[in-house]
Design a protein around this ligand. Sequence first.
Ligand SMILES: Cc1ncc(COP(=O)(O)O)c(C=O)c1O
Length: 410
Amino acid sequence: MSDSASVSLNPWADRAQRVIPGGTSTGSKRPGVLYGSALASDLPTHARRAYGCRVETADGHELIDLSMALGAVALGYADAEVTAAVAEAASLGPVCGLPPLLEIDVAERLTRVIPCAEQVRFLKSGAEATAAAVRLARAHTGRDHVIASGYFGWHDWSSTALGIPAGAQADVTTVPFDDVTALHEAVANASATLAAIIVEPLVHHIASAEWLTTARDLCNQHGAVLIFDEVKTAFRVRTGGVQQQLGITPDLTTIGKAVANGYALAAVVGCERVMSSASRTWISSTLAAETTALAAARVVLERHAQRDVCGALDRIGAQLQQAVRRALEPHALGIGVHGPSVMWRLTAEQEPVLDALVAECARRGLLLKRGAYQFAALAHDDAAIAAVQSIVSDAAALLRDRTTFSPAET
Ligand SMILES: Cc1ncc(COP(=O)(O)O)c(C=O)c1O
């Protein structure tokens, strides 16, 4: 990936680099991550506003967005009902010295739609929710060891980034996704110290029922807590997540992203037996139950109750996949479309070719996510899907005739 510090960027990105290390506070939105080896000064890096499935860039250009804020938005940007509910909550005072009624309302609604949820604790980010789930599991079992598979956010317990003391990972074993044998081995090694198995149930594809059932059985046998991290999958694959689709119920689940359609809300939910440990340990955040995000979540929950949002996302996602496949097919660039329709990836035989495609699409009005998922939203209407096909087709045709992907792009 190009280091954005070494590439001349647009004035907004340059200005951002001076006051924000990396240019933005969200790692996946850094210019170098957006465009990789194709990073160049004419590419859009900042937005003025977002509406529906569209982004207005700092220069006033319009992009159709398939990243949908890293999956944080599934209805559409600036959804009118969500915005009205948030504005009302703001006007009523989003926080005060007492917990709000809305916290009870949204918690009750979550217990009705997420299979494992008997109780709920709200937080603000997915990383906080997964850290809380692990804390609850350790408090409940009185044990330390955690077996983990997936991405859980930036906190010390789950990351290996620079600046994390080695000891923070001492009680965490990472296992590969969907590997039954590795799971058995890790549990055998942890034996009586096992507090929890935490897994993302979808990484590139939905995990096999065998892997998740094995995790369920092993937790039952060892008195450990099974945690599904459904930060990306709840309110997307199914309202109640992968657990609803496969009928395998964990003890705890973490949710975030689409639950509040772009407002800052996450939660750990689960069975009362484990959740009750929250009263014995310490999990608390000053703004955890502020009402603007809860009001957004209530609208999302109402929308899911009124209509089959996940069914619609599935259909729209399949149409988007088909549009991109059709656009790429004639050009033999070695770029593939993979994954479930609601969240899918572009893969490439040669990474610089995909980077160049993403850059050319951005120049033509389409924001694709390289290295991660494209997310379907209800706001991707027929016109947007047709435009996606036409933009990818034009960009791919241009690249087909390019024989080298120059060092300037690598
Ligand atoms: C499965 C999963 N868990 C946790 C997180 C962390 O969420 P956040 O970035 O809101 O802290 C993410 C973020 O992408 C995620 O995909």
